[in-house]
Design a protein around this ligand. Structure first.
Ligand code: ZN
Length: 461
């Protein structure tokens, strides 16, 4: 029985862990006391003076000299419930708030797995926590927070404030893959939302008191802010989140951008690594692909190069007017005889097989692939981020058939009648309009076989 207090979210250089622990620990004179476990990444420095019994410090970082059991907080969480408590919080004692939180979980018939109470210094009768819905979409590497519409009876996915006490069953906490990841409480809310766990805010205006934070000196404030951001980035990396979308549409990105390498490595046998991990193209990469495709199409159109959506990109355009959500590049075909009309295709060609390519005025890199890659031209998002659009050079041979000098060996990489390009037609794609073969359905049937549009299939299934 009982509740173990977990203190986890504090800074080494500025904290009230000793005061907070003392307020809850069994050596305190308060009527309601609990075991306290302080969890720290590395040995607290400066050291925390704990004279009290009932307070245990667990350091997660392993030490060459000692058994790793010392670094496992699980061994010290021996009560049925745990409460994760922010630094500077005080035990309200006689009010029995921990018991109320526990009852919220235990009397919910399983509907509530996490009970939440606010922590506040002043405490006003109007004190309340704001609730959000939280949708976790691991396949799209995305978190989405939306306003609570009041239809869930006080149950929510996340609360606005980070100054909250969370109570849950110890068993539940320890079933999470990242039970002690910071920052709290977000790390718990995200993992709980994915599992469909109910999160319930304690009603009745109850809250935990706290002692005020003495003003930080500017350097400490900067350091604390910096650490918070680093931890959030680390958490998102661990959880596989590359995009957070907040109420009102504000976004926060954690994935690749134009100045960093792309999120996935070289594609082996047509299957990107993320597909094997049950995920689709990272949203940052889709964004880079859309931006590059839009740029390339703009350049080709203004230089009079006749191009068209090819392969998977045409498939995506017909299915959803966008890149297929698990695709890793964009494919366009073009008339080889038009290449001379476009300065960047010309320069890429002249540069020949030398790797490196030609950077255009807007930082995109044009390159002619060496022999053996189907004669393709590639346009990269940047020199650093190798997300790219493939440009396949076709030419008409006798009999009105579009052909190439080199093929990739993919089943869909085949000749087709030129009549599909006379005329080309506009299609919405990836946020702009791109040209497509006329009768695109028939074109795709020719390339992929019957039913390819209706039945989405992973590459190389
Ligand atoms: Zn990315």
């Amino acid at each position: 029985p009982g509740v173990t207090i977990i203190l986890r979210d504090f800074e080494d250089f500025d904290n009230d862990v000793v005061g907070t622990a003392r307020s809850f620990s069994s050596s305190s004179s308060s009527s309601s006391s609990s075991p306290v476990v302080v969890i720290s990444d590395s040995p607290p420095y400066p050291p925390l003076p704990f004279p009290e019994e009932g307070v245990r410090v667990v350091v997660l970082r392993r030490d060459l000299r000692f058994s790793p059991v010392l670094n496992d907080p699980r061994l010290f969480l021996r009560t049925r419930h745990v409460a994760i408590v922010p630094d500077r919080t005080r035990n309200p004692g006689v009010v029995g708030l921990l018991e109320k939180l526990r009852d919220t979980v235990e009397q919910s018939g399983g509907a509530t797995r996490v009970a939440v109470a606010g922590v506040t210094e002043g405490g006003s009768p109007t004190f309340s926590l704001r609730c959000f819905h939280l949708h976790v979409d691991p396949r799209r590497w995305t978190l989405r927070y939306t306003a609570d519409t009041g239809d869930t009876g006080g149950r929510c996915g996340a609360v606005e404030s980070s100054r909250v006490v969370l109570l849950l069953r110890t068993r539940d906490l320890l079933s999470l893959p990242f039970p002690f990841s910071r920052p709290f409480p977000d790390a718990i809310f995200i993992q709980a939302a994915l599992r469909g766990w109910g999160v319930q805010i304690l009603g009745g205006g109850d809250y935990f008191p706290a002692v005020p934070l003495p003003p930080l000196n500017p350097h400490a404030a900067w350091k604390a802010q910096n650490l918070r951001e680093k931890r959030r980035e680390k958490l998102m990396k661990d959880l596989g989140v590359k995009l957070e979308v907040f109420e009102g549409g504000k976004e926060r990105w954690f994935g690749c951008n134009r100045d960093t390498p792309r999120c996935f490595g070289t594609i082996q046998e047509g299957t990107p690594q993320y597909l094997l991990e049950g995920r689709w193209t990272p949203p940052c990469c889709l964004r880079g692909l859309r931006e590059t495709a839009k740029h390339v199409v703009g350049v080709l159109e203004s230089s009079g190069v006749r191009y068209w959506l090819e392969g998977g990109s045409l498939l995506g355009a017909l299915r959803l007017g966008d890149i297929i959500p698990w695709d890793y590049d964009v494919d366009l075909g073009f008339y080889r005889e038009d290449a001379g009309k476009c300065r960047w295709l010309r320069e890429a060609e002249e540069e020949g097989g030398r790797r490196g390519g030609v950077e255009d005025d807007e930082g995109f890199v044009w390159e002619k692939a060496p022999q053996g890659e189907g004669g393709v031209y590639r346009v990269y998002w940047s020199r650093t981020n190798r997300l790219h659009v493939d440009l396949w050079p076709f030419y008409p041979r006798d009999g009105g058939v579009m052909t190439r000098d080199e093929w990739t060996g993919h089943p869909q990489d085949v000749e087709f009648p030129e009549i599909f390009l006379r005329p080309r037609i506009p299609l919405p794609f990836a946020g702009f309009t791109a040209m497509s073969p006329n009768n695109p359905r028939k074109f795709l049937q020719l390339k992929f076989g019957e039913g390819a549009i209706e039945k989405p299939q992973y590459p190389n299934p």
